[in-house]
Design a protein around this ligand. Structure first.
Ligand code: SF4
Length: 103
């Protein structure tokens, strides 16, 4: 999840810098249209695609794992808050020893 945010911010910075230096090549009335399209194509669409891929990849951990029913589990980041590690299908950071039921 952090990678999605990191690369999203990096792409925004690159798009803004490129558009800033290429401003003189566009007619001013088209600039905001080009800016909006560039932000959508280079930043927003990849973020949406990467997030969907992240959810699909972690669907089983989010819905059907031991951690998914534990109060220390953060579903949005797929993270064990107690151990600060990412559980997977094959890996439970505490080996089930610190599991506590969600309320
Ligand atoms: S404490 Fe154990 S069971 Fe609970 S989220 Fe962390 S690794 Fe999973």
């Amino acid at each position: 999840m952090g990678g999605i945010v990191y690369w999203g911010l990096l792409r925004i910075a690159i798009v803004i810098i490129l558009l800033w230096f290429s401003y003189d090549y566009f007619d001013a009335k088209y600039f905001w249209i080009i800016f909006g399209l560039a932000i959508y194509i280079v930043v927003i669409h990849p973020i949406i695609a990467e997030y969907k891929e992240f959810v699909v990849k972690n669907r089983n951990v989010i819905n059907n794992s031991l951690c998914s029913k534990c109060k220390h589990f953060n579903e949005t980041a797929v993270l064990c808050m107690k151990y600060d590690e990412h559980p997977t299908d094959d890996f439970t950071p505490c080996d089930g020893l610190d599991w506590e039921a969600k309320n």
